[in-house]
Write a protein that binds this ligand. Structure first.
Ligand SMILES: [Zn+2]
Length: 456
C-alpha cells in the first residue's frame, strides 16, 4: 500500500469512527410558506407522478428535504389552513365547519409569533376558505386576498406581489414571514393552453358540456361510473395540467430564494384530491392517501438534501418554524411537533403516528377520522364503522384488514375517540362567525360551493 493510499484509509477509518456531526439548520432571515390548494402528492413528479407535471417543484425538492409521507391534518381548506397557521388540530382550534371562523381571542397564529419576534409578515391568498373572512388574516402586517374569479385564474399576479414584497423586505434588511396560498390545482381544472399542450392533454376530445363537468369533477361527478370512455384520463390530464400551471409560476419564487443563502421555503398543500382512485372525486369526506397525502418540501440554510420517510403532518409546520426561527412559543402549545430532529438525521419524539379528521357537517356530528403511522392506517367513519389498512403492503389503501388485527384497532380507536370526543365538546371556544361579503360569497359560488351549507 502506498503512503497516500494508507493515509486515505486512515482518514476513512477516522471519519467512520468519529461521531457524525449533526447538520446545523440555520436561522433564515426570510421564511416563505407556499400552499398549493388540493394537491395530491402522488401526482407530482418528485412523488412518483408523471414526468412533466411539476418540473419546477421537482427541481426545488432536490435542493432540500422532501417528506415522502406527509399527511394533511384536515381534508378541506378552512380547518386545514387554520391548523397550518396555529399548529393545532381542528378539534382544538375549533374552526370545523364553514359556519366557524378563528376568533380574535382564539388560538395564537404563526404570524403573530413572528410579529412578536420582530419579523414583518404578509399573506397572499387566492382561496376564500383561507381568507380574512374566516379570521385567518390575524398576525399579518400585510394581507392580500384575490377576490375575483379572474384573479384566481391569474396566478402570476400573486407571484409578482410575493416577489415584490420579498424584495422590499430584503432591501430594507428586515426579516420576513410570507404565506402564499394559491388556488391551483383546486378545481376548476382550468389550466392555461401552454400547460395543456406541454402534457399532451386534448380538451376538445369531448363535447363542451362534458369538459365543463370534468373541470368541476369534485362537485359534479359523484361516482366514477358517470364517466364515459376516455373521460377519466382527460380529467386526470386536466388536473395534472393545472398542477403544471402553478408549478411554472412558482419558478420565479424558487429562483429568488436560491439566489440568496438566508431564505427558507416550505412548499405544501392543505389537502389532496381524489381523482377516482376510490371511485370518488374531490376532497372533504374521505381520508385515503389521495385525499390527505400532500407534498411537504423544506429547503433553506442548513436543511439537508434528500428524502425523509417519517410520517409527518401539516399541523407540524408551525412548531417546526417556531423551532427553526427561535420564536417564543411559551406558554403556547402545539398539537404538531417540530420536524427539526428529522432534518438533523434523528427520529421524532412521536411514535403514535399522525391524526387526520374529515369534514364536520355540524360541530356535533363526528366526521371520518384516521390515524396513520409507518405501518397502519386506521379509519373510523362517522357512522362508527372501522377499517384498517396495512400501509407497508397496501399503500393505496385498497384492502381492509380490520378483521385480522383486533389488537391494533382497539389501541388506536381509544386514542381517536379521546381526540374526537374532545373536539366535539370543544368546538365553540376558538370559533367565531365568518364575515362574508358579496365578493366572498361569489367566490364560493365560483369554486363550486353553490350552497353555502355545502363545502369541500
Ligand atoms: Zn383547499
Amino acid at each position: 500500500m502506498t503512503r497516500s493510499l494508507l493515509a486515505c484509509a486512515l482518514l476513512s477509518l477516522l471519519a467512520a469512527c468519529s461521531p457524525r456531526a449533526e447538520p446545523d439548520v440555520g436561522t433564515p432571515r426570510h421564511v416563505v410558506v407556499i400552499v398549493i390548494d388540493a394537491t395530491q402528492a402522488a401526482q407530482l413528479g418528485c412523488y412518483g407522478g408523471a414526468d412533466g407535471t411539476s418540473p419546477q417543484i421537482d427541481a426545488f425538492a432536490r435542493t432540500g428535504t422532501r417528506f415522502a409521507n406527509a399527511t394533511a391534518s384536515a381534508t378541506w381548506t378552512l380547518p386545514s389552513t387554520t391548523s397550518l397557521l396555529t399548529g393545532l388540530l381542528q378539534e382544538h382550534h375549533g374552526v370545523v365547519t364553514n359556519h366557524h371562523a378563528l376568533a380574535a381571542d382564539g388560538a395564537p397564529t404563526l404570524p403573530e409569533l413572528f410579529v412578536d419576534a420582530g419579523w414583518r409578515t404578509a399573506a397572499f391568498v387566492q382561496m376564500v376558505y383561507a381568507s380574512d373572512a374566516y379570521g385567518l388574516d390575524r398576525g399579518f402586517d400585510t394581507y392580500t386576498y384575490y377576490a375575483s374569479a379572474a384573479e384566481k385564474r391569474e396566478d402570476g399576479r400573486a407571484v409578482l406581489d410575493v416577489l415584490g414584497w420579498l424584495s422590499e423586505r430584503a432591501a430594507d434588511n428586515e426579516r420576513s414571514f410570507t404565506y402564499a396560498h394559491f388556488r391551483r390545482p383546486h378545481s376548476p381544472y382550468d389550466p392555461d393552453v401552454l400547460s395543456v399542450a406541454a402534457l399532451g392533454v386534448n380538451p376538445t376530445s369531448v363535447p363542451h358540456e362534458r369538459l365543463e363537468m370534468l373541470m368541476h369533477a369534485d362537485s359534479r361527478v359523484r361516482d366514477i361510473a358517470e364517466l364515459r370512455s376516455g373521460e377519466l384520463d382527460l380529467l386526470r390530464g386536466l388536473y395534472r395540467a393545472n398542477v403544471r400551471a402553478i408549478d411554472e409560476r412558482l419558478a420565479s419564487v424558487f429562483e429568488w430564494a436560491a439566489a440568496r443563502d438566508d431564505v427558507l421555503v416550505i412548499l405544501t398543500a392543505d389537502h389532496g384530491e381524489g381523482l377516482g382512485e376510490h371511485e370518488h372525486f374531490g376532497h372533504g369526506d374521505m381520508v385515503h392517501p389521495e385525499h390527505v397525502g400532500i407534498p411537504l418540501i423544506i429547503a433553506g440554510p442548513g436543511v439537508p438534501t434528500g428524502v425523509n420517510e417519517a410520517r409527518v403532518a401539516t399541523v407540524d409546520v408551525a412548531a417546526t418554524l417556531a423551532d427553526i426561527c427561535a420564536l417564543d412559543t411559551a406558554p403556547r402549545d402545539f398539537d404538531g411537533v417540530s420536524l427539526v430532529p428529522l432534518l438533523r438525521g434523528m427520529a421524532l419524539d412521536r411514535d403514535d403516528g399522525v391524526f387526520v379528521s374529515g369534514r364536520y357537517r355540524t360541530a356535533d356530528n363526528p366526521p371520518t377520522v384516521a390515524s396513520k403511522d409507518a405501518r397502519w392506517s386506521l379509519v373510523r367513519h362517522g357512522n362508527g364503522d372501522v377499517a384498517l389498512y396495512d400501509l407497508v403492503n397496501d399503500p393505496d389503501e385498497r384492502t381492509d384488514v380490520a378483521s385480522d388485527h383486533p389488537d391494533v384497532i382497539a389501541a388506536r380507536l381509544a386514542q381517536l375517540e379521546r381526540l374526537v370526543d374532545r373536539g366535539v365538546r370543544n368546538t365553540a371556544p376558538g370559533a367565531a362567525s365568518p364575515q362574508l361579503d358579496d365578493e366572498r360569497r361569489a367566490a364560493l359560488r365560483d369554486l363550486g360551493y353553490i350552497d353555502d351549507s355545502e363545502d369541500r
